[in-house]
Design a protein around this ligand. Structure first.
Ligand code: TXA
Ligand code: MG
Length: 321
């Protein structure tokens, strides 16, 4: 049986109150939400996603004033940033209070708090008296969903309700910043530009998004699998090397046609990296339905959301470049 899809907040609240899970829209990707204060609800998230218990969940709150309920020793810089930017594609890693169950944080002494910017889910968060634990609403290791239908396709049989907030505006997951250590560190490149964060925080940030980083196990190489081999690099060279295969190409703008291409997916004809990020996961999903034997993606400009796009392509390829 499929999940019901709609905008019925009361229905979503009913499901959440029974310690079950609901898919929710955020401006980055859809999340699979449960009551973060209920171990039963959180266990259901791990079960539905088939997620290993060592990979901690992000906790969604409606505003910065609620941070004090769930986090302690909050650095001034984190508070100042949150006050300045408001709801945004940023997850703040902060020392956690005991009220957050260990299952949420996989035993880590820190919690990832996020104030996202989707009106429907913000409305939901303001109507309940608990925060929502919500990882991306995809089976573990797969591409994150950016529409309600994506969630339906992959998890529809396992959940009751999908809150449909339309297609996600940003399209890649939040930027994760760790404020719990001595130096502010970016653990995941995402929907909020690192350049802008550095300007706002008035310091250069450490970027530690490698797969060897044990504090962000979700950052494993070989995440975001499109189910078809994917290579990243110079398109013309890779087309030459792979002559004879059925090839699909992902690039920023349209590049010269080639007979071995069975499909070509420019992510933004206007060369806009924000638009490209918004389209990336949708295209990776569509490619799965083609008869392609190989996906060739170009390396995107290493700036703004191009950094997050390159990160996801790298993980989809399961290699470094
Ligand atoms: O945009 C997003 O962040 C979406 C929406 C739904 O909020 N969520 C999302 O969740 O991408 P997920 O579970 O797919 O990725 C969360 C990442 C994981 O890599 C996890 O390891 C990291 O956040 N994380 C969560 N809590 C952490 C903590 N306390 N310390 C370090 N990393 C943490
Ligand atoms: Mg995820």
């Amino acid at each position: 049986m499929n999940a019901t899809m709609g905008q019925d907040l009361e229905k979503a609240i009913d499901v959440l109150k029974s310690n079950k899970v609901v898919a929710i829209p955020t401006e980055t990707v859809y999340g699979l939400a449960g009551n973060a204060l209920s171990t039963e609800s959180v266990a259901e998230i791990f079960r539905v996603k088939n997620r290993p218990s060592f990979d901690p969940l992000i906790v969604h709150v409606p505003d910065v004033t609620s941070w004090n309920k769930y986090a302690k020793n909050i650095p001034e810089k984190a508070m100042a940033l949150a006050n300045k930017v408001g709801p945004a594609p940023i997850t703040y890693i902060l020392p956690k209070k005991d009220i957050i169950p260990d299952i949420v944080t996989s035993g880590h002494p820190t919690v990832g708090l996020r104030i996202h910017n989707h009106p429907l889910t913000l409305d939901l968060l303001n109507k309940i008296n608990f925060p929502l634990a919500a990882p991306s609403a995809n089976p573990f290791g797969y591409v994150s969903p950016t529409t309600a239908q994506h969630v339906q396709d992959q998890l529809g049989e396992k959940i009751q309700y999908i809150l449909d907030g339309g297609p996600c505006n940003v399209g890649v997951e939040s930027t994760i910043i760790d404020f719990s250590g001595e130096k502010i560190t970016v653990l995941r490149l995402g929907g909020f530009k690192v350049e802008e964060l550095e300007e706002l925080l008035e310091e250069k940030l450490l970027i530690k998004t490698s797969s060897s980083n044990p504090s962000a196990p979700g950052m494993l190489i070989s995440h975001y699998s499109p189910g078809i081999p994917l290579v990243v690099g110079n398109i013309q060279e890779l087309l030459e090397e792979n002559k004879g295969k059925k090839i699909s190409v992902i690039s920023l703008v349209r590049k010269g046609e080639n007979t071995s291409m069975i499909s070509h997916h420019p992510l933004s004809e206007a060369a806009d990296l924000n638009e490209a990020a918004r389209n990336l996961f949708k295209v990776l999903r569509e490619l799965k339905e083609t008869s392609s034997e190989l996906i060739i993606a170009e390396k995107f400009p290493d700036q703004g959301l191009g950094k997050a796009i390159n990160d996801r392509l790298k993980r989809a390829a399961g290699t470094t470049f």
